[in-house]
Design a protein around this ligand. Structure first.
Ligand SMILES: Cc1ncc(COP(=O)(O)O)c(C=O)c1O
Length: 428
């Protein structure tokens, strides 16, 4: 008789995709929401680009035997990725890093207060990823320094006592002084999925710009950005998109903003027809491509082109279904085995409020992570007290989910962290 996890594996329609990935030997990898594993199609795509570079050299930019010619790769990837975010094909471009894309979107879309007296704020949650916070605050600072004013501010909404954000609190924060709202689709610590449709609609009713950091949902959760009226979004390529360390990021800009001048300009934002004639004045591309800056990093875009084929073939709706089943399964095991311990499940139980990972809080979270790693399980730690466990929907099996929680249970019951040093830093 098979145990429940083996039965779930047997029924699993997506189980075969695991073999497209280089699954680590003797390791249960639950950190695909930090860096996705390498896939064979990603590897093949990198090797193909290396071969093109070797054979074609500079000719790779235009040569039809490069696939596609490098000059058009960002647009081509944008078109392929658009269905993952529910956008029109020209609303997405694959470019820059996550943080650079946020800077670009802020400088392009936000109309700064035109009077020094008018208070204006960018609204976010207080749990926002540090790099987003730094980008927003540096944008605000640049504005205020230029005006010799303090009129522009960053307003944050804290979570409730349970550590979760509340939609009504976020909506109540959309006061008349707010000019733009930036939220994560999924909170990187707790794994909470926000009600994007409702929040976008409330922001629109108030005439506010509404943007999203999709780093923890792209490739794991379907989105309908255009239909929801989201103004802008950005994401990284190295988590559920499995694009490799530092893979090129992506951005979406709603069509209603086409034609706005890029806040940070560069020649790759040009209309492709005229770019190489090097005009003195920038003639921008029509769509999201106008927000590119410099030469695309072809080697860091190549793996994305390989891995995207896998994601599109598996289908984002099926990926989401499997991810929900796996996180639900892990959470039910946690509730069964770890109920009367110091361990607290942070991630919401309801499917519609949960992203792709399970977060648990424990005062010894860091040493628990080290103990898991010592037993061949790779979680990740988020300061001060969170263990994140991510079953990657394309390659983690249900059996691995079970073994990970059983191992965690052993560690917690035996207080196995007591023999582990707090001193050695945990990386990353
Ligand atoms: C939610 C979120 N936003 C932004 C970033 C920053 O991304 P990058 O370092 O690629 O600019 C990260 C990185 O992990 C992230 O997790």
């Amino acid at each position: 008789m098979l145990d429940e996890s083996a039965q779930l594996d047997q029924k699993d329609e997506l189980a075969g995709y695991r073999y497209e990935f280089y699954v680590l030997h003797d390791t249960i990898y639950l950190d695909g929401n930090s860096l996705g594993l390498m896939s064979r199609p990603a590897e093949a795509a990198v090797l193909r680009v290396l071969d093109e570079w070797r054979r074609l050299a500079v000719g790779g930019w235009a040569n039809q035997s490069a696939t596609p010619p490098w000059f058009f790769l960002a647009e081509e990837l944008g078109r392929s990725m658009a269905p993952l975010v529910g956008a029109c094909s020209d609303e997405v471009i694959i470019t820059n890093s996550t943080t650079v894309n946020l800077h670009q979107l802020l400088y392009t879309l936000i109309d700064c207060p035109d009077s020094d007296e008018a208070q204006r704020a960018i609204l976010t949650d207080s749990l926002i990823f540090p790099s987003d916070r730094y980008a927003i605050e540096s944008y605000i600072n640049t504005y205020n320094v230029a005006r010799g004013s303090k009129a522009f501010t960053h307003k944050t909404i804290p979570p409730r006592k349970n550590g979760l954000l509340n939609d009504e609190d976020l909506i109540a924060g959309m006061t008349p002084d707010v000019t733009a709202v930036l939220l994560p689709s999924v909170v990187y610590t707790t794994g909470q999925l926000l009600d994007i449709e409702k929040l976008a609609s409330e922001a629109r009713k108030r005439g506010l710009l509404f943007g999203l950091d999709l780093s923890h949902s792209i490739g794991a959760i379907p989105h309908r950005l255009n239909e929801w009226g989201v103004d802008f979004a950005f994401w990284c390529g190295y988590k559920y998109l499995n694009g490799g360390p530092g893979a090129t990021g992506g951005l979406y800009i709603n069509r209603r903003h086409f034609g706005r001048k890029a806040g940070l300009a560069g020649w790759f934002g040009s209309n492709k027809q005229v770019q190489l004639s090097m005009p003195d004045a920038l003639q921008p591309a029509d769509g999201a491509g106008a927000l590119q800056i410099g030469t695309p990093n072809i080697l860091s875009m190549a793996p994305l082109s390989g891995t995207l084929q896998t994601i599109l073939a598996a289908g984002i709706d099926r990926i989401r279904m499997r991810s929900l089943l796996q996180t639900k399964y892990m959470m039910s095991l946690i509730q069964t085995y770890l109920q009367s311990t110091d361990l607290q499940l942070l991630t919401p139980l309801e499917d519609y409020r949960r992203g792709g990972h399970v977060a648990i809080a424990h005062p010894e979270a860091m040493r628990i992570c080290k103990a898991l790693k010592a037993r061949g399980i790779v979680p990740d730690f988020r300061t001060p007290n969170i263990v994140r466990l991510c079953p990657a929907p394309l390659y983690t099996s249900f059996t691995e989910c079970r073994v990970a929680i059983e191992t965690l249970t052993e560690i917690v019951h035996a207080r196995a962290w007591e023999s582990i040093s707090r001193e050695t830093p945990i990386v990353p």
